[in-house]
Design a protein around this ligand. Structure first.
Ligand code: APR
Length: 272
């Protein structure tokens, strides 16, 4: 890491400024969770292969709820079998050091930040949580855990009547749905902390962007806001991406490294 950046980070710890970390699928790649756009994301329905961008939609759920649920239950099982990695644990340490000066905005629905030890209070799950479900008819805003019984089910097995019953809203009898933001839906504050994320961006002095390809709306708005008001941007990614270019343009930094490599190193600097 460059000396100039080390000095900026050490000075930052001693200030009263706000740090925000924005994470994407890259931070969980080293926990063995395939990124959304890899070949593992594809799913066969009947004789046709579907891309995640087609599966993860309200439209597809309306047409084929059982197939969408089967795909999410498979993804949920991959996430629950995975363990947090040193990148996740470094962010737990960061929250301990910075306290109220720290916010974590994550696009990941794998729950690994919370399982590692970050607090629900300071972690915004802007794309939801695959371990939870809610009523598709929106009779209430209740969230329920996806029942444990679905763990380890064979991915391609059809849902049986008892499984469908367990995926039914206990209040109104409609289908439940995974608690995630689908591609054809929009953000809101209640479930996805939309306004809270933008409010946080406005007060952020240092934004660390980790393992995201920068294709979704709210993360783009957060990064653009911090760049616009002159906050320091640091992008950590194994590959060049739109945020690495933007960080350089704003006199920030691109650390071409894995999350599990760069974040513990950054924590060492904060601790010094
Ligand atoms: N360390 C750091 N970065 C990594 C690592 C790693 N070990 N492995 C991969 N990456 C980077 C990739 O280079 C890529 O830029 O992580 C990024 C992953 O990109 P995506 O798969 O597009 O994931 P993400 O940006 O989180 O996707 C955003 O889009 O698919 C929807 O809702 C879904 O939340 C998701 C959103």
């Amino acid at each position: 890491m460059q000396q100039a950046l080390k000095e900026q980070l050490q000075k930052f710890v001693r200030s009263d400024k706000h740090i925000t970390v924005l994470t994407g699928a890259g931070i969980s790649a080293e926990s063995g969770i395939p990124t959304f756009r890899g070949p593992e994301g594809y799913w066969t329905v009947g004789s046709k292969e579907y891309h995640p961008q087609e599966m993860a939609t309200r439209r597809m759920f309306t047409l084929a709820p059982d197939e969408v649920w089967k795909w999410y239950l498979y993804r949920f099982n991959v996430c629950s079998a995975a363990l947090p990695n040193p990148g996740h644990y470094a962010l737990v340490e960061m929250e301990k050091i910075f306290g109220n000066r720290f916010t974590l905005i994550t696009q990941n629905v794998d729950g690994l930040h919370i399982r590692a030890g970050n607090s629900m209070e300071r972690t915004f799950h802007i794309h939801g949580n695959a371990a939870c479900m809610r009523c598709f008819a929106e009779c209430s805003r209740s969230l329920w855990p996806v029942p444990e019984i679905f763990r380890d089910r064979p991915p391609s097995a059809d849902l049986g009547p008892e499984e469908i019953r367990l995926l039914t809203c206990p209040d109104c009898g409609s289908r439940t749905r995974p608690h995630v933001l689908w591609f054809d839906e929009i953000y809101n504050e209640h479930f996805f902390r939309f306004e809270s994320s933008l409010r946080t961006a406005r007060k952020t002095d240092l934004l660390i962007i980790v393992g995201t390809s920068g294709v979704t709306n709210l993360p783009n708005q957060v990064v653009a806001e911090v760049g616009r008001h002159g906050g320091l941007l640091i992008d950590i990614n194994i590959a060049e991406n739109p945020f690495s270019q933007y960080a350089r343009k704003c006199k920030g930094y691109f650390l071409q490294n894995s999350a599990a490599g760069a974040l513990p190193e950054m924590m060492d600097i904060f601790r010094q």
